[in-house]
Write a protein that binds this ligand. Structure first.
Ligand code: ATP
Ligand code: MG
Length: 404
């Protein structure tokens, strides 16, 4: 059997030449067996972090307390972790005790799911102690050992399990379903950042509908912040495959489950300011767009990328067919290209000009002028030319005086 991780072979070779054991472990083997792209390659070894750091030229101690050192080579970082066993998880997350100097078997035993508990030796032989290959064949997510026990140790495994179900289009084993249901409340002990990370990947998976069904059937969804009382049914009508970013997927999620206050949700889920802003903008645009088609003004204020994203949301909800989506995108393009300005800084006049022309001090009137002018230019009623803008401004001043 040829060794499929040639780029990491030098790590196993060097460790073994110095008398240590070394294997490829974890997700890389799972993804290799499934024919999926490999992201990162992890190594498990009997060598201690100090040995690893002395054997390789470029290393970073990224988690010494867990025994992990990154070995850098060819622009890649390989995580090399000393065999370890864990015991006691009183806080539902961090083991009370981590012990090194254990065997490969014990190291594999601490891993979450059978499909994540493979090791591969330098000859390409897969070590499969827990029936991971059979589970891959049956497309099953099963824990290593007793599901309830393994979930109680670390309830994040619930979210990881459902996320893998989504990404791989797998289902849960029966015992896992029962354990997830029985232990769903323990998710409240997991940091919302970790839950959010898993949800981002869950919503991006090909099997997202299947995963949502698991969240629903196990009741796990109700242990997540602000989702105590939501009904996920409407999510089955959303075609997530149209959506390209986490923010687009969360927008669809919130629209479908009827959670309207993006800011409250963003705070509870500790989103970044940028994500919060994006989801707010996209949900607002979606609602506006459901009522009115694109105009020069709405495209300008949305910006090109938000406009396309809003079109994708309409498609995800079945409001646009594929063909209509293309038409909407084309229309956005045309309106964008036809506009003589794309941002406020494209306006030929600046605040200074208006202050000069009016011989008045700056004040709230200035923002009002610029806001009005911006719309006039976008709608093609004023040309973006200094002379034309000055003429428009003179008239505007007169109309304001008449009003007051
Ligand atoms: P991906 O990189 O696609 O998320 P992965 O399986 O590589 O998948 P990582 O989070 O990179 O996941 O973890 C690497 C390995 O570490 C896993 O394959 C698993 O064996 C083990 N592992 C990770 N998180 C846990 C956990 N919470 N409990 C037990 N084992 C875990
Ligand atoms: Mg990984």
């Amino acid at each position: 059997m040829p060794f499929p991780f040639q780029q990491a072979a030098f790590i196993l070779d060097k460790l073994m030449n110095h008398g240590f054991d070394a294997y490829i472990v974890g997700g890389a083997i799972r993804d290799h067996l499934l024919g999926r792209p490999i992201h990162d390659i992890d190594v498990a070894t009997s060598a201690h972090p100090a040995d690893v750091m002395s054997l390789f030229k470029r290393t970073i101690p990224i988690g010494i307390e867990h025994g992990t050192v990154a070995v850098l080579s060819g622009g890649q970082a390989y995580e090399v972790t000393t065999y370890r066993a864990e015991s006691g998880y009183d806080d539902f997350r961090h083991p009370n005790q981590v012990s090194f100097d254990v065997s490969l078997d014990q190291d594999l035993m601490r891993r979450d799911f059978t499909i994540n508990a493979f090791a591969m030796d330098r000859s390409g032989q897969v070590i499969d102690l827990f029936g991971g290959k059979a589970d891959i064949m049956q497309k099953k997510i099963r824990t290593v050992g007793l599901a309830e026990e393994r979930i109680s140790e670390d309830p994040l495994r619930i979210m990881r399990g459902i996320r893998f179900a989504s990404e791989l289009c797998f289902t849960l084993g029966q015992k896992e379903v029962t354990a997830f249901r029985a232990k769903s409340d323990l998710l409240k002990h997991i940091s919302v950042e970790r839950i959010n990370q898993e949800m981002n990947r869950l919503l991006a998976g090909k099997g997202v509908h299947q995963a949502i069904r698991i969240l629903e059937n196990t009741g796990c969804v109700h242990a997540l912040p602000l989702l105590e009382n939501v009904d996920l049914k409407k999510l089955y009508d959303v075609d997530f495959s149209f959506l390209q970013t986490s923010e687009e997927r969360w927008s669809a999620f919130l629209i479908a489950v009827g959670l309207h206050d993006v800011h409250v949700f963003a705070r509870a889920w500790k989103w970044s300011r940028e994500s919060e802003k994006k989801v707010y903008e996209l949900t607002t645009l979606y609602n506006a767009l459901k009522r009115n088609p694109w105009t020069a003004e709405s495209v300008y204020f949305a910006g090109l990328s938000n406009a396309f994203a809003a079109n994708r949301l309409l498609a995800a909800f079945g409001i646009l067919t594929n063909e209509l989506l293309m038409q909407y995108d084309q229309q956005v393009h045309l309106l964008w290209q036809a506009s003589t300005i794309h941002t406020r800084s494209d306006i030929a006049a600046t605040g200074h000009h208006f202050i000069q022309w009016s011989e008045t001090k700056p004040g709230p009137w200035l923002a009002k002028v610029i806001n009005t002018l911006e719309k006039e230019i976008v709608n093609g009623r004023v040309t973006n030319d200094l002379g034309e803008i000055e003429a428009w401004f003179r008239k505007w001043q007169i109309s304001q005086k008449k009003q007051s």
